[in-house]
Design a protein around this ligand. Sequence first.
Ligand code: SF4
Ligand code: SF4
Length: 233
Amino acid sequence: MKIKENLCTGCGQCEVVCPVQAIQIIDNIAILDNKKCVECNVCYRNAQCPVNAIRPTRLKWPRLIRNPFSDVISTHKLTGVAGRGTEEMKTNDITNRFEFGEIGVSIELGRPGVGTKLANVELFTLKLSKIGVIYEKASPLSALIIDNVGHIKEDVKNEYVLSAIIEFKIPNEKLPEVLRIIKDIENVIDTTFTVGIISRVNDNGKIPVVKNLEDNGFFVRSNAKINIGLGHI
Ligand code: SF4
Ligand code: SF4
């Protein structure tokens, strides 16, 4: 993103909408910090700049990777899905990714207001790959994992994005190992992350994974969600 400082009147409309505080009004001019900017296009779309001073720039690799992980209406080339992740676990009724005996896990790094470097993803993937999790193929993030060890592409590690979602599945019995990894990384990571877990509900209405999580020291807040239209194939 670029702000034409010679046109700017310093109204501040772009400063308030930027989700990562990359714009600051200094001496009545909007100054954009390129290092912080995640290329989400929110200032361009939503600030309604009165003098049309905000212009998207043609992004080159690796900076280009910032946009699909930050712009909710950008369609990722790999998945064809608009938004930062895939249609993932919300669509299980139709996609059937997670069978009985399996658990789906999503780890979303960064959030609006915080963001994350893609290097943080590798903190997880190096450990998760070691225990043999199965990454979601349609996830844009999985395309950045380049080997069985869990390394991610070297040239994207310093790129800063609004959020990135690691999606994978495991057999039920691997859950304690995954939870241990999550606890370990919580102590060293420099951004926020959210863990989502999905398992099928038994015929008796019980969700077996809940006890497993509680036994491992996690507070569980069950959440049901209905998405109309997602996951249709
Ligand atoms: S919205 Fe436009 S005029 Fe207002 S501060 Fe931002 S760039 Fe300057
Ligand atoms: S593109 Fe997004 S992150 Fe960059 S300055 Fe605009 S609102 Fe902020």
